[in-house]
Design a protein around this ligand. Sequence first.
Ligand SMILES: Nc1ncnc2c1ncn2[C@@H]1O[C@H](COP(=O)(O)OP(=O)(O)OP(=O)(O)O)[C@@H](O)[C@H]1O
Ligand SMILES: [Mg+2]
Length: 474
Amino acid sequence: MKPNLPPLLIIDDEKNMRLSLEAVMVDEGYKVVTLESAEQGLKALEAEDFFMVITDARLGGMSGYEFLEKVRQRWPRMPILLITAYATPRLAVEAIKAGAIDYLAKPFEPEELLHAVARCAERHQLIEENITLKTRGSEVYQLDQIIGECGKMRDLKRLIQTVAPTDATVLILGESGTGKELVAGALHSLSARKSANYVRINCAAIPEALLESELFGHEKGSFTGALKQKLGRVEEAGGGTIFLDEIGDMSRPLQAKLLRFLEDGTFTRVGGNEELQVNVRLIAATNRDIIDAIRQNHFREDLFHRLNVVQFRPPPLRERDQDIVLLAEHFLAQFTRSMNKTIQRLTQGAIAKLKSHHWPGNVRELRNVIERAVILENSPEIRPESLPDFQLEARLRKSGDVSIAASETLDDYLSNYEREVILATLEQHHYSLTKTADQLKISRHALRYRMQRLNIGGGSGFDDESTAPSAREN
Ligand SMILES: Nc1ncnc2c1ncn2[C@@H]1O[C@H](COP(=O)(O)OP(=O)(O)OP(=O)(O)O)[C@@H](O)[C@H]1O
Ligand SMILES: [Mg+2]
């Protein structure tokens, strides 16, 4: 027997052929379903899982080739072995082109058949293992991956160690990029559930109509598109932890079902009647203002209290002054390693620049900034020039909210705005006219003209790169 392998589907309109194929496969321990036509085959594929299909090329009704094409469209990864009466090179090419993984010409030896099927079985197993590995291991963060020595982060890590071994439900609140996912992962990996599954669902990324079935599963036929029974992710997380990320985006009806699940671990699949139960620890997170969501009636207050048994609040980066350098050095080491570069340190100027920034995107933003700097930097240290112009960005953000002064005309306003943009871009490119003009997608001549008109730099004091390339730019 091949215990973990779904059955193999055999389609042939000749009864004797069906029977002998089935006999060979069953002898070898495969589970087999045999059918007479391609039409029946398609229906079966919709209803059940198979690891591969063996089909005759010539069938009454839809031909094996047509069938191949249909399967290729709907189930692109399903391996199909085509059996043809006469193998000509042309036929072989057609079969492979149409998407068959392999073909056999009649008559063939049972060994040839078994060999081809074994390859498909192996492939299937590999893919499955890979999927499980992915959901199990790779994304589960450990406590030591949380970098931070400031008081708030020390407290946070201490609280993780205290709460992780319990089964308490946890709610993680915090701005985007503060490390909520890290906290969730560390809670799982420090718990007694660590060898069981850790399942993460991003409630904002899954369409509302599908989220319930994703979470709790569905019975076959419960809605259009529910072709097979599907287990819920809560079942997959049985004995382990489920992390509901972006829970603030969950619809109110589903919030009610989740509340019931939290009370006693029971649930029913979509379209099912049977009450099921699993033992799962729940962690939820959101970057939304949850209190405001409750006030606006978007989030159930009772669910909030049920989730909020222990609350974590990873602090925004701007409140973690000393950690900025620590994190920057951490990411620097990480990216120089992965990009095979030899950048040793951040210059004092770079550190000052990092510290002066407000970090609206928190640690994620810092990580991106350092990654970009490592790509750009050619010297052995990160200099301020390799960091983005935070002031420019802030200024452009600010000028995004249009408010026109009482005395100002539209022309004044537009000129001022144009001056701001040109000045900021000049600054960003260390007053190189060529680069500034490039970025603004105008000619150098046009840039000079506008600078004169806006009275920027009085038309002098700028490097003419054609004769004097600025040393600061390298
Ligand atoms: N304390 C930390 N130490 C090391 N890396 C961190 C830390 N905090 C965050 N990161 C890194 O920053 C990035 C963003 O973290 P994470 O995905 O956990 O943020 P989040 O709070 O879930 O944000 P969002 O609300 O946008 O989902 C990740 O690459 C993560 O590894
Ligand atoms: Mg997140």
